[in-house]
Design a protein around this ligand. Structure first.
Ligand code: GDP
Length: 452
C-alpha cells in the first residue's frame, strides 16, 4: 500500500548479544538480497515466508564481510505491517547494526520514521488504532499488571467492545432512516421502543467500560504518589521497604521518548509514579522546605500522599496544618519507627498506618491500603480502557447517546436525534481509528520510537 520500503534498528542501542533490523515494504526481499548471502541460496530465492535463513551480510561494493546473521522472512499480508517484512538478527552493539542499516539504505530502503512500522500495520488493517497504541503501552509497561492490561488491548479486547457498540449505533441510524422513509403511524411507536432499548444497551456498555477507566488509567500510567515528611522521619527507608527484593525503581531513560525522568515503584502490580518536582530528593523534605501553601501546590498533582511522621514525636504546627488541608481520600498517614516508641495518638480523617520501615513491620497492610485506593475492593478483572484519549472519546460518545435517549423519552421524533447518534458513532470511531484525523494519527505515532 505504501510505495517505499522502510528500515530501522528495532532493538535498543547499546552493547547486546543480538540486534534486530527490520525491513518492511514491497521491495524488502529484493533489497535484502543485494547484501545477504544465504547458506541455502535456492530456498531463500524462492522467497518462502515464515522461515529463518542463516547467512552473511556483506558490503557488495567492497565484497567485504560485515556479519553473520539470521534472516527471518515474513511475507505480507500476514506479517506485522501487512507488507513483506524481513528481520535481520545480527550481533548487537553499534558497529554491526549501523553498518547493516547503512547498507540497506544504500540498497534502496528508506529510514523509517518513529512508529512507522506500527502505523503501517494500522493503515494496512492489521490492527485498529487502539491496538497500535497498545504496542507502545506494552513496551512502556512498568509492572506486570500494566503489561497484561496492554496485552489485552493489543489482543483486541477494547476494539471488540467498541466495534460492537458502534454496530448497535449503526443499526439505530439505519432504523431511524428507514422510519423517515416509511413514516407510518404504528411503525413509529415500534421504532421508538426498539431505539430506546438499543440506546440503553449502548449506555450500559459504555458505563461499564468507564467504570474501570480510572483504575485502568492508573495501571497504565501509574498512581502519582508523593512521599513527604520532615527530614529523618524515614521516607527513604519507607521507599526501600516498599521496594523490597524483586522490585526495582524503574526509571524512564531520558531522551528515548520524553525528556523527563520518571521514577516508579511497583506495589503489587500498581506502578506508583513518584512525584518529581525538581528531583525526588527535593520533594522528600517538602514539609521542612516549603510553606504549607506552596507544599499544597506541589501536592496538587498527587493522587496519593504518603505523609510520614515519627512515632513518639509530636507533629509541629506546619505538619498539622498541611495534614488538615490534604483531602483525606488522597492521604495516608504513616507513623514510622514504632519499634522505637509507642505510637502517638493522632487524629486525622485519613487512614493511619503504624509501621517500622527498618524492621518491615506493617508494610503489608500499608501496601494493601495503597492498592485499595486504586482498585476499590475489586481487584479481579483487568480494566479494558486505560488511555486518556480513549476515555475522553468514550465519555463524550456516551453523553451524546444519553442526550439522544432523553430526547426520545421526551417525545422528540427519532429523526431529530440522529445527529447525536452519528456524532457518538464518530467519537467511538476515534478510538478504533476509523474516523480519526491525520493530525491525531501523526501525534500518536510520533510518540513511538524509531524501529517500532
Ligand atoms: P528521611 O530523611 O525521611 O528519608 O529518613 P531516612 O529514611 O533517611 O531515615 C532517617 C533515619 O531513621 C535513618 O537512620 C534510618 O535508619 C532511621 N529509620 C528509618 N525508619 C526507621 C524505623 O522504622 N525504625 C528505626 N528505629 N529507625 C528508622
Amino acid at each position: 500500500m505504501f510505495g517505499d520500503t522502510i528500515t530501522a534498528v528495532s532493538t535498543a542501542i547499546g552493547e547486546a548479544g543480538i540486534g534486530i533490523i527490520r525491513v518492511s515494504g514491497d521491495d524488502a526481499l529484493e533489497i535484502v538480497s543485494k547484501i545477504f548471502r544465504p547458506k541455502d541460496q535456492e530456498r531463500f530465492s524462492s522467497g518462502i515466508g515464515f522461515r529463518i535463513y542463516l547467512g552473511q551480510i556483506f558490503d557488495p561494493s567492497a565484497n567485504f564481510l560485515v556479519d553473520e546473521v539470521l534472516v527471518t522472512v515474513m511475507r505480507g499480508p500476514k506479517s506485522f505491517t501487512g507488507e513483506d517484512v524481513i528481520e535481520i538478527n545480527c550481533h548487537g552493539g553499534l558497529i554491526a547494526e549501523q553498518s547493516i542499516l547503512k547498507l540497506l539504505l544504500k540498497s534502496g530502503a528508506r529510514l523509517a520514521e518513529p512508529g512507522e512500522f506500527t502505523k503501517r500495520a494500522f493503515v494496512n488493517g492489521r490492527m485498529d488504532l487502539s491496538q497500535a497504541e497498545a504496542v507502545i503501552d506494552l513496551i512502556r509497561a512498568k509492572t506486570s499488571l500494566s503489561a497484561s492490561s496492554a496485552l489485552e488491548q493489543l489482543r483486541g479486547r477494547l476494539s471488540e467492545q467498541i466495534k460492537d457498540t458502534r454496530l448497535i449505533l449503526l443499526e439505530v441510524i439505519a432504523q431511524i432512516e428507514a422510519a423517515v422513509d416509511f413514516p407510518e403511524e404504528d411503525l413509529e411507536v415500534e421504532t421508538t421502543e426498539s431505539l430506546r432499548y438499543k440506546l440503553s444497551q449502548v449506555i450500559k456498555l459504555g458505563e461499564k467500560l468507564l467504570n474501570g477507566a480510572q483504575r485502568g488509567k492508573i495501571i497504565r500510567d501509574g498512581l502519582n504518589t508523593a512521599i513527604i515528611g520532615r527530614p529523618n522521619v524515614g521516607k527513604s527507608s519507607l521507599l526501600n521497604a516498599l521496594l523490597r527484593e524483586d522490585r526495582a525503581i524503574v526509571t524512564d531513560i531520558p531522551g528515548t521518548t520524553r525528556d523527563v525522568i520518571e521514577e516508579y515503584i511497583n506495589v503489587r502490580g500498581i506502578p506508583l509514579k513518584l512525584i518529581d518536582t525538581a528531583g525526588i530528593r527535593e520533594t522528600q523534605d517538602l514539609v521542612e522546605q516549603l510553606g504549607v501553601d506552596r507544599a499544597l501546590i506541589v501536592l496538587g498533582n498527587a493522587d496519593l500522599v504518603l505523609f510520614v511522621i515519627e512515632a513518639g514525636r509530636d507533629i509541629n504546627e506546619e505538619e498539622r496544618l498541611l495534614l488538615s488541608k490534604i483531602p483525606s481520600e488522597r492521604l495516608i498517614l504513616v507513623v514510622n519507627k514504632i519499634d522505637l516508641s509507642t505510637s502517638l495518638p493522632i487524629k486525622v480523617a485519613a487512614p493511619i498506618f503504624y509501621v517500622s520501615a527498618l524492621e518491615r513491620v506493617g508494610i503489608e497492610e500499608l501496601e494493601e491500603a495503597i492498592v485499595k485506593q486504586v482498585t476499590g475492593d475489586k481487584l479481579a478483572d483487568t480494566p479494558v480502557i486505560s488511555n486518556v484519549r480513549h476515555i475522553v472519546a468514550l465519555e463524550n460518545a456516551i453523553s451524546k447517546v444519553k442526550e439522544a435517549f432523553e430526547s426520545l423519552e421526551n417525545g422528540v421524533p427519532p429523526d431529530l436525534i440522529s445527529i447525536d447518534i452519528r456524532h457518538a458513532w464518530q467519537l467511538l470511531g476515534e478510538i478504533s481509528g476509523d474516523t480519526v484525523g491525520e493530525d491525531i494519527l501523526d501525534e500518536i505515532f510520533s510518540r513511538f520510537c524509531i524501529g517500532k
